[in-house]
Design a protein around this ligand. Structure first.
Ligand code: PEP
Ligand code: MG
Length: 748
């Protein structure tokens, strides 16, 4: 076989470049490429398979196999040797293809006479595009150098595919980033939005994947590496001062080690010597890193590979001048598309975003909490959307169903707009009852309050018609910053919140951190089950400094006004008693310092663990109020992780056991004179809200946008009738009362 490493490779790449520069149809270019490669490698067969959809590879060009099989032969990912290469993102080299695991005989191609086989993935930034194969009749072992040379060529083909130079008839040759696509993901924040894509990390486009002059490319790489290393050093110096935990420092050091890794740099230099442009060399390494990332089971190692991926991104930005911070204009109605995003970054975009679509994310993540707080529709788990979307692409986000339409057909867009218009009409209807109470037909009034977590949400208090804020999650002020906020700054924020509420009651829930909500400046605890771990009040009582500071800030902010404080995740009486004692001690301290203390102080507890429902009477007597945190309570009641998509929907919120449990809590609170409300997400779902009311809950706290729909329903129903329907369903042996209640509602 001819040499395609070193100068041989560069010659081949030069000829590929000419193919790129020549006009001609996509198919002609592909045919020429297979011919050139077969020739350069003295192979009897060279074939290019490209993905026609995420599951299927299609033979798109061949030199040597039966030409009739082009666009006819298709393989599923994982099927045959070619499919295996695509699935494993690894080359296969064998002198005897028929004996190789997974070999599949495809008679239409006539390939059975070719014994030796070398196939490599065609991939870009870790995303699979296809497979490039050479074959020879005689049984021979291709060398690693030959495999490497073919990988370099595959890299160029991947870049060419991204540039759209193979566009032609047929799905596998369709222009990239042009078709209408639908993504099914998970619902993290309801609502709908139409707009244009803004990529958090824009796609890098490389117009010329082949180096004119390797020396020039090497210099470009070295210059960019120097800047990168300087940036990493600066970052380290910045964080090396006091306050940085040992663990944080170690992570940064590992990052620096990667930036200075000789192996990484040497591999990229070698790729350039083979004829790749500097940015394609970076991408080639990044693809390898991403493939490894998908394979390693060890979480620590994966994190480190993430670091390397991150460094590659930075390097690409330096080399191309594209990407974050390169001045991409925000389009009108921007919809953010990202692999994942942190709460701080999301807050920087803030209210300007009309929608968010993430490839990763989870319902309980910080980003989700921020999106919810800002009422921005959010779809999570939209697999591979960042590979498809381009800045400025039209996009529709259906947050109610977890569906995203990228570059939608006009008919889809029209139907979507109709749906939004209908919802708008419904909102009008809700506005008309804004100042009316949520009183049922049989005269029971339910208090409706809103949940919030940001100052920016307070303006919704008035227009939503909420009586007050039933849950203010205070952790966002802590999550969205790089260090612990100071007491003065925090007190100022709480003061602004109280001012914005203009006398309406705000229930401040003290910090609920731990579990998934890890503060950037807090040492990460490696807990086997963080949701049941060292979180919320447990952490606050053990590490009293932060809670004390927060309580002082709240007292200062109240400055003589009424104040309501609620402690999260109370599992037993003692925790509440102790937290309350500490708050009262702070009040005494404030008094002694001559500061104003609240004219009225209410101290409540969140009931989020079943155990608290069975606490002694004295607990209920001591608590000024109780709020049921249904999100957590439900996950512990059913032992189903609220963040685990596999199990979280398995148990209906209208399950008979759960509703009966809620009823018992309501009754107990009633008997002991403890006001009780419900502030989990279910409170904002009209049918659920009705059932909670029927179980005896008289105050519900929810997202502001849910208040209209919930009130509208409550005003139409007779609560005792609804209660009778639920009782019937319960005595019938049904698992959930949903079907019965929905049927009842349909008759109204
Ligand atoms: C809950 O658990 O229901 C709750 C309101 O708290 P969070 O969602 O913040 O855990
Ligand atoms: Mg909770």
């Amino acid at each position: 076989m001819a040499d395609i490493t070193g100068s041989g490779s560069r010659n081949l790449l030069q000829r590929l470049r000419e193919t790129l520069a020549d006009g001609g149809k996509g198919q002609e270019r592909l045919d020429r490429i297979t011919h050139l490669i077969a020739d350069a490698m003295a192979a009897e067969v060279c074939s290019i398979y490209l993905l026609r959809d995420p599951e299927t590879l299609e033979l798109c060009a061949t030199e040597g196999l039966n030409p009739e099989s082009v666009h006819q032969t298709r393989l599923r990912i994982g099927e045959g040797l070619v499919g295996r290469i695509a699935r494993e993102a690894k080359p296969i080299i064998t002198p005897n293809a028929t004996r190789e695991r997974g070999f599949r005989y495809m008679p239409e191609t006539g390939e059975e006479i070719y014994s030796s086989f070398l196939g490599v993935p065609i991939q870009r930034l870790g995303e699979m595009r296809g497979v490039l194969v050479v074959q020879n009749r005689e049984a021979r072992e291709y060398t690693d150098d030959e495999a490497y040379g073919l990988e370099v060529v595959a890299m160029v083909i991947a870049e060419m595919a991204e540039l759209g130079v193979f566009v032609g008839e047929g799905a596998a040759l369709s222009a990239p980033h042009q078709q209408a696509l639908l993504f099914r993901g998970g619902i993290a924040q309801e609502g709908n939005a139409e707009g244009r894509v803004i990529l958090h990390d824009p796609r890098i486009v490389i117009a010329n994947p082949i180096a004119d002059d390797p020396e020039v490319e090497l210099k470009r790489l070295h210059d960019a590496m120097d800047i990168l290393k300087g940036d990493v050093d600066d970052m380290l110096n910045l964080h090396a001062g006091g306050g940085t935990s040992e663990e944080h420092r170690q992570v940064l050091e590992a990052y620096r080690m990667f930036a200075n890794s000789r192996g990484w740099q040497a591999r990229m230099e070698e790729d350039i010597r083979q004829g790749l442009a500097a940015e394609v060399a970076v991408e080639k390494e990044q693809s390898a890193t991403r493939a490894r990332m998908a394979r390693v089971p060890d979480a620590y190692l994966r994190e480190r590979l993430h670091d390397l991926d991150d460094l590659s991104n930075k390097l690409l930005r330096l080399l191309t001048g594209q990407g974050s911070g390169s001045g991409t204009e925000m389009p009108d109605n921007p919809i953010l598309v990202a692999r994942n995003i942190g709460p701080g970054e999301l807050l920087e975009y803030g209210n300007r975003l009309k929608g968010i679509v993430l490839e990763e994310g989870s319902v309980g993540s910080h980003a989700t909490i921020v999106a919810r707080a800002l009422a921005i529709p959010l779809v999570i788990h939209a697999a591979k959307i960042t590979r498809e979307a381009l800045n400025g692409d039209p996009i529709l986000v259906d947050g109610d169903q977890g569906i995203v339409h990228l570059r939608p057909e006009e008919t889809v867009a029209t139907a979507f707009r109709d749906k939004i218009a209908m919802q708008e009409e419904a909102q009008q209807k809700y506005r008309s009852i804004r100042n009316k109470p949520a009183t049922t037909q049989d005269g029971v009034t339910i208090g409706l309050q809103m949940n919030a977590g940001l100052i920016a949400e307070l303006p919704s208090l008035e227009p939503s018609g909420a009586d007050g804020v039933g849950l203010f999650r205070t952790e966002l002020q802590f999550l969205a910053r790089p260090n612990v906020p100071r007491r003065g700054a925090l007190a100022e924020q709480y003061d602004r919140i109280l001012n914005a509420a203009a006398g309406k009651r705000i229930v401040f829930r003290t910090l609920d951190i731990g579990s998934d909500k890890v503060l950037p400046y807090m040492k990460r605890q490696d807990e086997p089950n963080p949701a049941m771990g060292w979180r919320a009040i447990r952490l606050a009582l053990d590490k009293s400094g932060v809670m004390r500071m927060q309580l002082q800030a709240l007292l200062r902010a109240a400055n003589g006004r009424p104040l309501t404080v609620m402690f999260p995740f109370i599992a037993q009486f003692d925790e509440f008693r102790e937290a309350r004692r500490r708050l009262l001690a702070e009040v005494e301290r404030e008094k002694a310092l001559g500061h104003n203390v609240p004219s009225k102080l209410e101290i409540g507890a969140m009931l989020e663990t079943p155990s608290l429902a069975f606490a002694p009477d004295q607990f209920f007597e001591m608590a000024d109020f109780i709020s049921i945190g249904g999100n957590d309570l439900k996950q512990f009641f059913f032992a189903a992780d609220r963040e685990n998509e596999r199990v979280r929907r398995r148990y209906d919120s209208l399950n008979v056991s759960y509703l009966t449990f809620i009823e018992q809590i309501a009754r107990r609170c009633d008997a002991l004179g403890t006001p009780v409300s419900f502030c989990g997400e279910d409170a904002g779902r009209p049918t659920e809200a009705l059932c909670l009311a029927a179980m005896g809950i008289r105050t519900l706290s929810m997202r502001p946008a849910s208040i209209g729909p919930v009130k509208h329903l409550l005003r139409r129903v007779d609560l005792s009738e609804a209660r009778a329907v639920i009782d019937m369903a319960r005595s019938s042996g049904a698992q959930s009362v949903r079907a019965s209640v929905e049927h009842y509602l349909s008759t109204l």
